[in-house]
Ligand binder design. Structure first.
Ligand code: ZN
Length: 504
C-alpha cells in the first residue's frame, strides 16, 4: 500500500463512511406505506392553532411528535413558551415547543430542522372533496389538512434520520429538531424562545433548515427568499347598536360605508399601492435577479388556468414573478361584524372591522409601514367628515427574509437535488411569509436554507390541500441526500474562511 492510498483511506474514514445512498433509498421505498400511515395518523389530529377550542388537539399533536422523537432515542426537550391572551382578555397556554438532538459529535457540523405541527382551519363544508382530517389517497395524491403544510415535510425529516439509524449508517452531521405549534397564527412565543436559547440550544447549531414551502413547478426548487407581512385591522364604530334599514337607514353615516371607502384607497385596480411612501424603501430589481427569474419554469397560461382566471395583472413571466416574490402588495381579507349569512337581512352593522395585510420585502421596515398606513387611513377618513370612530391597529409585523443562492448551503442543496432527481433545482422565492426565518437570521446569526418538498399545486391553506406520494417519498430521499451533501458544504466553508484569513 503506498502513501497515496493511505491518504485516500484516511479521508474516507474522516467522513465517517462511504455513502450508502442506495441502501438508504431502498429502505425508504420499502417503508413508504408505513410513512403514509404515519402521515394519516398525524393529519387526523385537528391541530388548528387559530381556533382556541382546538387547543387540546394541538397540545396532543405536540405530544405525539415528542413521543415519536423520544422513540427514536433523540435527546428530547419540551419547552414551555408561556401563554396567549385572547381578544376577550382570557389567557390560554401556548402549545409547548418540542426539540430533539440526534448526535452530539463536536467534530461534526450540526443542522437544525425547523417545522410546525399546527394547521390552518378546515371544514368539509368549505369545499373539501374529502374529509380534511382523514388523509385520502386519490391518483397518487394524499389529501388532508396539513399534509403538505407542514406535517409531511416534518415526517420526511424524521424518516430520513430514522433510515440512517435503522441501517446503522452514521449520521454525517448532528441533527437537531425544533418543532412549534403556532406557526399559522404568527409563531406566538417562539421569538422569545429563540432569544432565550441563543446560547443554549442554538450554541452548537451551524445552520438551520426550513422545509415549510413548495416548489414553483414540477421541477424541484430551493427557496432563497420570502416576503414578510404587516397585518392590520381597521375598525369603524358608529351607533351604539345595529340598526335596521328602512327604520334608521339615512339617519347615520353607516360604519360599513366608511370602512369600504377607506379600504378602497389602499390599492389601485392595476395593483399599484396607493398608501403614500409605502414602496419608497423597496430594493431595486437587479439584472442578476431578472436572470434568475428567467430560468424559472413558469407558464402564465398554466398559472391562469390553475387559479381559474382569464387575465393577470402582468403579462410576462419575469414581471409576474417579481410581483409575487419581491414587490409588496396589499390584500384585503375580511370584515368582521358585517352581515355575512345567506338571505337579505337589512341590518346596518354598528361596528365593523376590516382585516388587510401588506406583504413586506427588503428594505421595508414594519414600524415605518405601520405609521404610513395609520396616517393614510386617518387622513382619508377625516376627509369624509364622519362622526364615527376609526381605530387602526397593526397586528402582525413579520419581516422578509433573503439568502444568497450561491451560498455553500445552497450548493449542497443543488447537489442533493441532482442526486435524487437528476435535474438542477430552480432557485425561487416565496410570496408568502415564514416569519421565523427572519427571526432565526437576526437572533441566531446562523445560515439558513429553505429546502421545500411540497408540490406547486398542493393548495397550502386552501381546500383540498394535498402532497403527492411522490413528493413525500422522494422528498425523504432528498433530505437523506442533503444530510450527506452538507459535509461538502462544511468543507467549502472551512476552505473559504481559511482563504479569507490568509487574505488570498
Ligand atoms: Zn407552514
Amino acid at each position: 500500500m503506498n502513501s497515496v492510498c493511505v491518504v485516500v483511506l484516511v479521508m474516507l474514514g474522516a467522513s465517517g463512511h462511504s455513502f450508502r445512498f442506495k441502501d438508504l433509498t431502498d429502505y425508504v421505498d420499502k417503508h413508504q406505506d408505513h410513512y403514509v400511515q404515519a402521515l394519516r395518523d398525524w393529519v387526523s389530529i385537528e391541530s388548528d392553532s387559530s381556533d382556541v377550542s382546538k387547543r387540546a388537539e394541538l397540545q396532543r399533536m405536540m405530544g405525539v411528535v415528542e413521543e415519536k422523537l423520544r422513540g427514536m432515542k433523540g435527546k428530547v426537550d419540551v419547552m414551555d413558551i408561556g401563554t396567549q391572551t385572547l381578544a376577550d382578555g382570557s389567557v390560554v397556554p401556548l402549545p409547548k415547543v418540542v426539540t430533539a438532538a440526534f448526535g452530539d459529535d463536536e467534530n461534526k457540523h450540526t443542522v437544525c430542522v425547523y417545522g410546525h405541527m399546527d394547521v390552518q382551519p378546515a371544514r368539509r363544508e368549505d369545499g373539501w372533496a374529502t374529509d380534511p382530517y382523514n388523509l385520502t389517497e386519490i391518483n397518487g395524491n394524499l389529501y388532508g389538512r396539513g399534509a403538505s403544510d407542514n406535517k409531511a415535510p416534518v415526517l420526511a425529516w424524521i424518516h430520513a434520520v430514522e433510515a440512517y439509524k435503522a441501517l446503522n449508517v452514521e449520521l454525517p452531521v448532528n441533527v437537531k429538531f425544533l418543532i412549534e405549534g403556532m406557526e399559522e397564527t404568527g409563531s406566538d412565543g417562539l421569538n422569545a424562545l429563540v432569544e432565550a436559547q441563543r446560547e443554549e440550544f442554538f450554541s452548537d447549531v451551524g445552520s438551520i433548515i426550513i422545509s415549510d414551502c413548495s416548489w414553483q413547478s414540477s421541477r424541484p426548487a430551493l427557496t432563497y427568499g420570502t416576503r414578510g407581512n404587516c397585518y392590520f385591522s381597521a375598525q369603524v364604530e358608529g351607533p351604539r347598536q345595529d340598526l335596521h334599514s328602512g327604520v334608521d337607514g339615512g339617519a347615520v353615516i353607516e360604519p360599513m360605508s366608511d370602512l369600504i371607502a377607506i379600504l378602497n384607497t389602499l390599492i389601485s385596480a392595476s395593483g399599484q399601492i396607493l398608501i403614500p411612501g409605502v414602496t419608497d424603501a423597496v430594493a431595486n430589481f437587479t439584472e442578476e435577479e431578472r436572470k434568475i427569474y428567467e430560468e424559472v419554469d413558469f407558464d402564465l397560461d398554466t398559472y391562469k388556468s390553475t387559479i381559474g382566471v382569464d387575465g393577470l395583472m402582468y403579462n410576462n413571466k419575469v414581471d409576474l414573478l417579481a410581483h409575487l416574490w419581491r414587490f409588496p402588495t396589499v390584500s384585503i381579507h375580511g370584515i368582521e361584524g358585517a352581515f355575512s349569512g345567506p338571505g337579505t337581512k337589512t341590518v346596518i352593522p354598528a361596528k365593523v372591522t376590516a382585516k388587510f395585510s401588506i406583504r413586506q420585502v427588503p428594505d421595508m421596515e414594519p414600524a415605518v409601514v405601520e405609521k404610513q398606513v395609520t396616517d393614510h387611513l386617518h387622513a382619508v377618513f377625516q376627509q369624509r367628515k364622519s362622526p364615527n370612530k376609526l381605530k387602526v391597529k397593526m397586528i402582525i409585523r413579520a419581516k422578509p427574509w433573503l439568502a444568497d443562492p450561491k451560498h455553500a448551503l445552497y450548493e449542497a442543496g443543488k447537489r442533493a437535488v441532482k442526486r435524487v432527481f437528476s435535474v438542477e433545482p430552480e432557485l425561487i422565492r416565496e410570496g408568502g411569509t415564514i416569519p421565523i426565518a427572519r427571526t432565526f437570521q437576526d437572533v441566531t446569526k446562523k445560515d439558513i436554507i429553505m429546502l421545500p418538498i411540497g408540490g406547486f399545486d398542493d393548495g397550502l391553506h386552501s381546500q383540498n390541500e394535498k402532497i403527492s406520494r411522490y413528493n413525500y417519498i422522494e422528498g425523504t430521499k432528498l433530505f437523506i441526500a442533503y444530510l450527506h451533501e452538507h459535509i461538502g458544504s462544511q468543507a467549502n466553508n472551512i476552505r473559504s474562511s481559511s482563504r479569507a484569513l490568509t487574505g488570498s
